[in-house]
Structures are given as C-alpha cells and as structure tokens.
Write a protein that binds this ligand. Structure first.
Ligand code: RB5
Length: 161
C-alpha cells in the first residue's frame, strides 16, 4: 500500500509523528512536503496537491493534517475520485474505510494528541471497505460525484424521493 502525507503550518509536529510512526512499521509512506521552499502556503493548495496525487493513482491512501482537519477535508473532497473524512476517534476512523471507503483521512493537530492520532491512523489503514449494505450507498456517492463533475445529464439523479 502506497501512502502519502502532508500538512500545513499548524500541523508540522503531528505530521512528523505520524510519518515516523508509519516508517517504523515499514510502510511505504511519502511526505509530499508541498510547503518546502514556499512561503507558508495555505491548507487549500496543500490539500489540493495531495488530492491530485491521489486522483492520478500515485497513492492508495492519503493523510492530511492541519489545525482542525476540516479545511483539508473540504478541499480534498473537491477533487474527483477523492473521498476524505476528518476523524478524531478510532471508531470513526474504522468506519471511514469500512462504511465510506474513504481514501483520504484528515486530522487536526489542535484537536487531538499524538498517541490518539497514531491509533486513528492505524485503525484506518488496517481497515478495508466492507461492501455489503454499504456498497450501494457508496456507489450512490460515486454516482452523485460523477453527476456533479460531469453535469451533462442535468435532471438525472440517483437519489430516491
Ligand atoms: C490554520 O491555518 C488553520 O486554519 C488550518 O490549519 C486548518 O485548521 C483549517 O481548517
């Protein structure tokens, strides 16, 4: 599994903790280091950069960290093919993959401590999409995403009334 990670200025410490934690486990993790050599870029462009790498199929999972995790999730979800969610507890992290099939996890350094963040990342990475009852729900998300990005079939909607 190829993993990428990045953060803004609010999450430099937590990114290092998570990067080292994954490396120690022998995982294939790349720090995209979008901020390197730039003058304090905003979380939007950092998250967008990682999301585009995910869209291009360069990585299987992406981790984005900012102050709250929220801005990173918002921008990552604007890239087609990327499903991102913010998690600050282990249960949600597991469900984010098992139920929602998200390929990007976001967290906030200003919200949780490093030990919990490591547990959250581990739970998410160890989880796989369960399929079953979740499959048609995620399929609907993908279909709505398709309609949103390619609005040629206006009026068409997979949503039941
Ligand atoms: C700091 O720029 C803060 O706004 C950012 O890290 C993040 O929390 C945004 O969602």
């Amino acid at each position: 599994m190829k993993i990428c990670i990045d953060c803004d200025d609010a999450a430099v410490n937590l990114k290092k903790v998570i990067y080292d934690h994954l490396k120690k486990q022998g995982l294939d993790v790349t720090d995209l280091e979008y901020s390197k050599g730039k003058e304090n870029p905003y979380y939007g462009e950092i998250g967008y950069n990682l999301a585009k790498a995910m869209q291009a199929g360069q990585y299987d999972r992406g981790i984005l960290i900012c102050g709250t995790g929220l801005g990173m999730a918002m921008i990552a979800n604007k890239v087609e093919g990327v499903f991102a969610g913010t998690c600050h507890d282990v249960f949600s992290a597991e469900r984010l993959k098992k139920s929602n099939d998200a390929n990007v996890l976001t967290m906030g350094e200003r919200v949780i401590g490093p030990e919990l963040a490591k547990m959250i990342v581990d739970a998410w990475l160890k989880s796989e999409f369960s399929g079953g009852g979740s499959a048609p729900k995620v399929e609907q998300l993908r279909e709505l995403e398709r309609l949103s990005f390619h609005p040629t079939n206006e009026g068409e909607s997979p949503c039941k009334k």
